[in-house]
Design a protein around this ligand. Structure first.
Ligand code: XMP
Length: 523
């Protein structure tokens, strides 16, 4: 699978994923410590393991029970490799079971906060422990099974009531935690991970934004040499960071193409012109394709059909424009690590709920070589790079925006009239969030257009008109999210302003559904 081969060897912490919802979070916590980490399926081969050359391995949790017949197993090569191993939850149970211990189904599953009692280890073992000398620690548990008998060579480090909650084998440097150190509900979790990464695995802290930028620039120059490269510039954070990085690496060899689909937010094209064209002097061609997109969306109601049509039209227009730069052999793309993980998770069974990408098939169709410099970076790392590269903070911290744009925020048929209403409502919402310092506190906020008429009274007149919905969520990874608890007073102002400033809208509703069960976008 993947390896950040474009960078100098970074001796990563390898995270083996057993299907945990927290695997990405573990990787991010490790990277927060300045240590590179990669997530791979637990099914990786010995060759892949050797190529990655980790300095330590973390086994994630997972939904299975190790006592089930077909429960996923830790590959033998992982134990044979000889670096320290930390098993979390299922990872711990798999270690215990495979090395000769026993695991039992708990009388009841343990979810939520728990207070662990740290075992007073013999003096000789204390330096090997993951815990400091405190007697108790608060942790977050989420499991059904527990280790009931230790494998040879292991000691108990902590208990939850009578049950084993943390184990270690100081000789082989194997550790197991029944709780989740990666979640914020375990207040000292980062300390335990830090101890594992630095004191047990002896990793060095060389994953820092400044170094990453200079390595990326070097790599881009080496690959591109004096050739030309094109980029589908969407204006989003990822593509803006790729563009800036490439601009610094190969300057005028970069040609950005921005397709104005007409499905963008208020003033977006104008802002892109003034920042990237006028201020940074990118070679940026702006293609006005508003009419083409409106035409192709006429009479379309189904969300996936909208995505498909927007994607196809985008490719057609981009290809047409790119022909003008016929000598180009390279295409740059703002793929980030979560995209890579999501598509590889999908390849081993996870379900795809919505199709997300506009330019997926482009490189092979156009016979272009693909360059994805952000392929190994998480969103927060991309943002840090963006700031260091000199992009405006307001741009770097913009909320994500889907490729299909407002087409999937207008429920039902997309028309210019409706888009205009939605743009105004959305801009009011965002303006008020910024004014009240809430924009950066939430992860994504936007308005949706609901084409269902409801009765209202505007002035003295009865109005039977469509509805504007407001959605604001907080999330770490956009895979799950909770709705934001925004102050009523602010919501009241937003609602009043929308009804007053958007003609033909007399009702505003606020979405109070988490993900799951709802997705973040309404379509
Ligand atoms: P959902 O709606 O799946 O969204 O909970 C999760 C995140 O993905 C974004 N999203 C998209 N991004 N093309 C994109 O580039 C799409 O078609 C698309 N659909 C959803 C969404 O805005 C959220 O950040």
């Amino acid at each position: 699978m993947v390896n950040a081969s474009f960078l100098k060897p970074h001796s990563p912490i390898l995270i083996l994923d057993f299907g945990s919802q927290y695997s990405q979070l573990i990787a991010r916590r490790i990277r927060d410590l300045g240590v590179y980490s990669e997530i791979h399926s637990y099914m990786l081969t010995e060759k892949e393991l050797r190529d990655i050359a980790p300095c330590g391995i973390i086994l994630s949790g997972g939904p299975d029970s190790i006592n089930q017949q077909h429960a996923p197993k830790i590959p033998k090569a992982v134990f044979a490799y000889g670096v320290p191993i930390l098993g979390i939850c299922y990872g711990m149970q798999a270690i215990a079971m495979q090395l000769g211990g026993q695991v039992q189904a708990g009388k009841h599953a343990e979810f939520g906060f728990s207070k662990l009692q740290i075992v007073d280890l013999p003096q000789a073992l204390k330096p090997h422990s993951l815990f400091s000398c405190e007697k108790t620690v608060d942790v977050w548990m989420s499991h059904g099974d527990h280790v009931s008998a230790l494998p040879p060579g292991f000691y108990v480090e902590a208990r939850s009531g009578k049950e084993i909650a943390a184990i270690m084998d100081p000789k082989r440097r194997y550790y197991g935690l029944q709780f989740h150190p990666e979640v914020t509900h375990t207040p000292q979790g980062q300390l335990f991970l830090k101890r594992f990464v630095f004191d047990i695995c002896h990793c060095s802290s060389n994953w820092q934004p400044k170094e990453i930028i200079s390595e990326l620039i070097q790599d881009i120059r080496q690959k591109i040499k004096n050739e030309k490269i094109i980029l589908a510039f969407s204006g989003g954070v990822d593509s803006a960071v790729v563009a800036t990085l490439l601009h610094q690496a190969v300057g005028e060899q970069l040609q950005c193409i921005f397709v104005d689909t007409g499905l963008l937010r208020k003033n977006e094209t104008q802002e892109i012109k003034s920042i990237f064209l006028e201020k940074y002097h990118f070679k940026l061609s702006i293609v006005d394709a508003k009419k083409d997109f409106l035409n192709v969306l006429k009479g379309v109601f189904d969300p996936e059909e909208k995505r498909k049509r927007v994607g196809e039209m985008f490719i057609r227009i981009f290809e047409e424009e790119a022909k003008k730069y016929g000598e180009c052999r390279w295409l740059a793309q703002g793929t980030i690590y979560s995209d890579v993980i999501e598509s590889s998770a999908a390849s081993y069974g996870a379900q795809i709920i919505k199709s997300h990408h506009n330019v997926g098939g482009l490189p092979s169709r156009m016979n272009l070589k693909l360059l994805e410099p952000l392929r190994y970076l998480f969103k927060d790392e991309v943002r840090k790079l963006g700031l260091l590269l000199g992009l405006p903070k307001s741009w770097v911290y913009r909320h994500p925006f889907p490729g299909a744009g407002l087409a999937i925020r207008v429920l039902g048929e997309v028309t210019e009239n409706v888009l205009e209403k939605l743009r105004i409502a959305d801009a009011i919402f965002i303006e008020e969030l910024k004014k009240n310092n809430f924009y950066e506190k939430v992860s994504q906020a936007f308005a949706v257009f609901i084409p269902v008429n409801s009765v209202g009274v505007i002035g003295d007149a009865r109005q039977y008109a469509p509805i504007i919905g407001l959605r604001s969520v907080k999330t770490e990874d956009f895979m799950t999210a909770s709705w934001s608890d925004l102050p009523y007073e602010m919501l009241a102002t937003i609602s009043r302003r929308i009804v007053n400033e958007v003609t033909g809208v007399s009702r505003v509703v606020y979405d109070i559904t988490g993900k799951p069960p709802a997705t973040i976008e309404w379509e």
